[in-house]
Design a protein around this ligand. Structure first.
Ligand SMILES: Nc1ncnc2c1ncn2[C@@H]1O[C@H](COP(=O)(O)OP(=O)(O)OP(=O)(O)O)[C@@H](O)[C@H]1O
Length: 532
């Protein structure tokens, strides 16, 4: 036999106020509902008001046709004074137009048609109570958040720890003492404050990675991090992507679309290649940043958004402002703090640690773990100027993994350009692969080191020929090689002194097989870099 469950305390049941001037109808509804709800009844709007003033209720169910005031008008009034009660109107077909007209103003949850069926009436009131409970829970959550509820704060802190454990500035691989150390330190400092950050640097240098690390180190870590490449879309599409649009706003807008700014609410928006945006779009973006709200295309009202903006560009944006191509007011809005990420060729010490990390991650992505570089491969990577920066390095490593059956990658797995140390097309045609920053002396040094490296590769590390080509004495060449960390006198490796002409014979110690020489050079280079 089914055990008898204790009947619930009527005071703990959700309360429903029925309003109808028809006593029989009122009675029928009461009987249908009273087992599950605490039912109050009123024969008129005035009686209902008196009851509501005496005690709050969860649901009001009101007949549309009543003498004096219509059900919808009464519910409009109830919405103003007792907004937490969920409102249902009940009526016949003939009143539907009035009800539809008043649905928004009265905030009506459901419209029940007469004659009603008991099961449907019960289900509708249950749904209304559920909606009331949900809304109540959300209100509580918001209050708790505003009041800084300790349990919630602890849960948020825990989640932040989880997010930070999965990604932080350590994921930005670099050598000890790399120029990136200072940049990451500054980024970690500014991450704590809601300042806009502008990240400058050539394509593929790791600007997005830095932006993500800033987000994770910020108090917004548990919020969303959304990315938009502003160069990839035409103005109208970019506007609709970022700010959203309403259905029918333009041809093809078949439904409402929530923009990225709204999706990033509570988090960070990363606007990549902001320097490519048109003046018209810049005006719109400026308005959003100034007012802290977005207006979806075709919408009549704006929506408040709370986001932090991190923007990036490969251009020197201050120069773009001076040239009149980028709005100054927008520049000051987005450049609260500016971080400049140097290209890979200006931090050659980072090549080996980054390449090693990429070999591991890309290898695992391709289902090949336990891979390593042969020393000739590392020497090749070091000798190449990487105009496409870390993205190019990543692609090169992926290609080498795919082409090599061996777990130790050697230089021949690389493309011809990398193997011979010759840069392909420079960075999107935007520069010539040479440093864009630094003092004149630093830039000249970088150019000299690169020319020297290229000549050494071209002449298969034969110093006599290199000295001839560059119009230097051998002593002068050695001094320069030493100065640029290109090694002085690589040890001759057994079996590789295959000098073939008089000049080589005179320089037999240096005339070693290029790859083995590179081997040794790489070892020297790596040892140099790892020493404190
Ligand atoms: N220091 C690093 N350590 C490991 N991987 C890195 C590092 N920097 C960048 N990468 C990787 O290099 C690739 C390019 O980086 P990212 O997209 O952040 O560059 P970007 O400057 O934003 O490029 P773009 O301007 O073209 O969008 C990514 O796969 C990224 O994970």
């Amino acid at each position: 036999m089914k055990p008898l469950s204790p009947s619930p305390d009527p005071d703990e049941l959700p309360s429903v106020l029925l309003v109808d001037d028809e006593p029989r109808s009122l009675d029928a509804m009461r009987r249908t509902l009273e087992e599950d709800f605490r039912v109050l009844t009123a024969g008129s709007a005035a009686d209902a008001r008196r009851l509501l003033e005496a005690e709050p209720v969860d649901v009001i169910l009101c007949d549309q046709r009543m003498p004096g005031q219509s059900g919808v008008d009464f519910l409009k009034d109830a919405r103003l004074h007792w907004p937490e009660a969920v409102r249902i109107v009940i009526s016949g077909y003939t009143d539907s137009e009035d009800i539809i007209a008043g649905i928004n103003d009265a905030g009506i949850f459901q419209y029940l048609l007469k004659p009603w069926v008991p099961d449907h009436l019960l289900a509708t009131v249950r749904q209304a109570v559920e909606a009331r409970t949900l809304r109540h829970g959300l209100d509580r959550l918001e209050l708790d958040l505003r009041a800084g509820n300790p349990a919630l704060r602890a849960r948020r802190a825990e989640r932040q720890r989880e997010v930070r454990a999965s990604f932080d500035f350590q994921r930005i691989e670099r050598a000890p003492g790399s120029p990136l150390d200072g940049i990451c330190e500054l980024a970690a400092r500014v991450a704590r404050y809601d300042l806009p950050v502008l990240v400058l640097g050539e394509s593929g240098t790791g600007k997005e990675l830095l932006a993500r690390a800033i987000h994770v180190a910020s108090p917004r870590a548990t919020g969303p991090f959304v990315v938009e490449n502003c160069a990839a879309l035409a103005d109208t599409l970019l506007e609709s992507e970022l700010f959203g649009h309403k259905r029918g706003a333009f041809t093809g807008a078949f439904e409402d679309h929530v923009g990225l700014f709204q999706r990033a609410h509570g988090g960070t928006v990363f606007l990549d290649e902001i320097g490519e945006t048109s003046p018209a779009f810049q005006v719109k973006l400026l308005r959003v940043l100034q007012e802290g709200e977005v207006r979806p295309v075709g919408a009549s009202r704006a929506v408040a958004v709370d986001v932090r903006v991190v923007a990036a560009t490969h251009r020197q944006l201050a120069d773009e402002v001076r040239a009149g191509r980028f709005r100054q007011d927008l520049y000051y809005r987005i450049a609260g703090v500016t971080l400049q990420v140097p290209p890979l060729r200006e931090r050659p010490g980072d090549i080996v640690p980054i390449a090693t990390r990429l070999l591991d991650t890309v290898g695992r992505e391709l289902g090949r773990s336990g891979l390593c570089f042969g020393p000739d491969a590392l020497a090749c990577l070091l000798a190449y100027p990487w105009p496409g920066n870390i993205r190019e390095l990543r692609n090169e490593i992926a290609r080498a993994i795919a082409l090599s059956d061996d777990d130790t990658l050697d230089a021949h797995a690389f493309s011809a350009a990398v193997l011979h140390g010759q840069a392909g097309p420079s960075n999107g045609g935007r520069d010539n692969g040479l440093p864009a920053n630094g003092t004149l002396q630093e830039r000249l040094d970088a150019i000299e080191a690169r020319l020297l490296r290229e000549a050494l590769l071209r002449q298969r590390w034969n110093k006599t020929r290199v000295a001839d080509e560059l119009g230097l004495s051998r002593v002068g060449l050695r001094a320069k090689m030493q100065r640029f960390g290109l090694g002085d006198k690589p040890a001759r490796l057994p079996g590789h002194a295959d000098a073939t002409d008089a000049a080589d014979a005179a320089d037999a110690n240096d005339a070693v097989d290029s790859m083995d020489t590179i081997d040794t050079m790489a070892a020297i280079d790596i040892a140099d870099r790892s020493s404190p």
